[in-house]
Write a protein that binds this ligand. Sequence first.
Ligand SMILES: Cc1cc2nc3c(=O)[nH]c(=O)nc-3n(C[C@H](O)[C@H](O)[C@H](O)COP(=O)(O)OP(=O)(O)OC[C@H]3O[C@@H](n4cnc5c(N)ncnc54)[C@H](O)[C@@H]3O)c2cc1C
Length: 399
Amino acid sequence: MEKYDIAIVGGGPAGLSAAYSAARDGARVILFEKDASIAHNIRTSGVTWISNIERLGITSSYYNPIKNYSFTSPSNEAIIRSSRAESCVLDIRKVYQHLAFEAAEAGAKIMVRSQVFDIVRDRDDKISGLKIRTPEGILSIEASLIIDASGFSSVVAKRLGVVNSWNTYGVGAEYECYCDKVDLETWHLMVGSTYSNAGYAWVFPVSKNRIRVGVGIGKPYSNEDPAAKLHSIMEKRPRPLDRMGRIQPVEYHFGFIPNEGIRRPSVYDHLLLVGDSAGQANPLVLEGIRYAIEFGRLAGVVGARAISDGSNKESLRDYEIAWRNKVGSKINSALRVQSRWMGLSDDEWDKEIEILRDLSAEEFLDFIKAEFTTKTVIRLAINHPKLAARNLFNMVLKR
Ligand SMILES: Cc1cc2nc3c(=O)[nH]c(=O)nc-3n(C[C@H](O)[C@H](O)[C@H](O)COP(=O)(O)OP(=O)(O)OC[C@H]3O[C@@H](n4cnc5c(N)ncnc54)[C@H](O)[C@@H]3O)c2cc1C
C-alpha cells in the first residue's frame, strides 16, 4: 500500500488550501477529488470580501468588485451605496484551479475522478488510510493524517462514526446566465415569500453580460425546493429581474451548506475536519469560501508540523483552538440573527429593510460579514436608535 503523510479528501477550497500549505511545509501529500476536474460542479455563488480574499492571494483578476448592495422585499426596496468596492463576486473556476495549481507546484499529488468510499483502520480501530474508487480500479492508501475536506457530506468523519448528518442547513439552486443589462457594481438580495420562504434569492454580477441568479432555502425551516422556486422566479421575473432585459441560463449550480454554528469537534485521532465539513461558514449569508481557504491552510500547517514532530492528537488541537478563537463567537452571533430572519413574514421583511436602509456601507458590511465586535455593535446601536435595530443588535451582543 502506498504511504503518505497527509491524505486529503475533497478538492474544494478547503482541501486545496490544506494540500498547498502541508506540501509547502514538507509533508508528502495526496488529495482526492471525485469530480472530473477541480471546480467541475460548482456549488457556490462566489460572493466574498475583497480585503479578506486579497490577504489570501486572490487578486483583482479573479473577481468582479461590488460597491452597491441592494435589497428587495415584497413591497420595499433599499440600496446601500459605497464609493469603494469592498465586496466581490469570484470567478470560481479560475480561483479553485489557481488553488489547485498552487498545491501542485508545492508538491501535492492531486487525483481527480477519485472518490473516497471507505476508510482503512489500524489494529486499535483508529483511521489509518482510505479506499478510493478510481478509473483504474480500487486504490487503498495509508496516511499518518487524514484531512476531511469533503464539504457538506463529511464522508470520512461519517464513515468513522464521529459525526452525524447536519440537521440545520441551507440548500441552494442557481443559474449562471447571459443577461442583457448587468449593473456590474451592484449585487441584489431578495427576501420574502416570492423569493424564498426561509432564506433569500440573489442576483450577483460576474462579468459583462453574466450574472448568477439563485435561491437559498433554510432546512428544516421550509420544505420548499430551491430548484422549483428558482424556476418560478425565472418565469415570473419579479423585481429586480424585471429590469434586466433578456436573461438566458447557461449553467446550473446546486449545493448544500451546513448552518448549525460550530458545534462539532474538528480534531480526532489522525483526522482533521476543515471547511464546510467542520461547519466553518457564516450563517447570515451562507458564505464559507474565505474560511475554507484560511482554515484549510491552517490545517495543512498544523498537520505538517504534527507529522514532522512525530506528535499526536494534542498538537493537532492547535488547529481547533486557533480557528474557533477567530470565528467562534462571530458565527454564533450570526446564527442568532439568522434564526430571527428565518421567521419573518412578508410585512416584517418590509420593515426590516428600513433598518438596513439606514446603515452606512461600512456598518452594513460589518454586519453581514458577521464581524460583530462589541465596539462595532455598540456603535451601531448608538447610531441607529430605532427599536427594531436595537433589538437586532442586542440579540447579537448576547453571548
Ligand atoms: C448555493 C450555495 C451558495 C453559496 N454561496 C456562497 C458565496 O456566495 N460565498 C461564499 O463564500 N460561500 C458560499 N457558499 C458556501 C461555500 O460554497 C462553502 O462554504 C465552500 O465551498 C466550502 O468549501 P469546502 O472546500 O469545505 O467544500 P466544497 O467546496 O463543497 O468542496 C468539497 C469537495 O469535496 C469533493 N468530494 C466530496 N465527497 C468526496 C469523496 N467521497 N471523494 C472525493 N472527493 C469528494 C467534492 O466534489 C468537492 O469538490 C455557498 C454554498 C451554497 C450551497
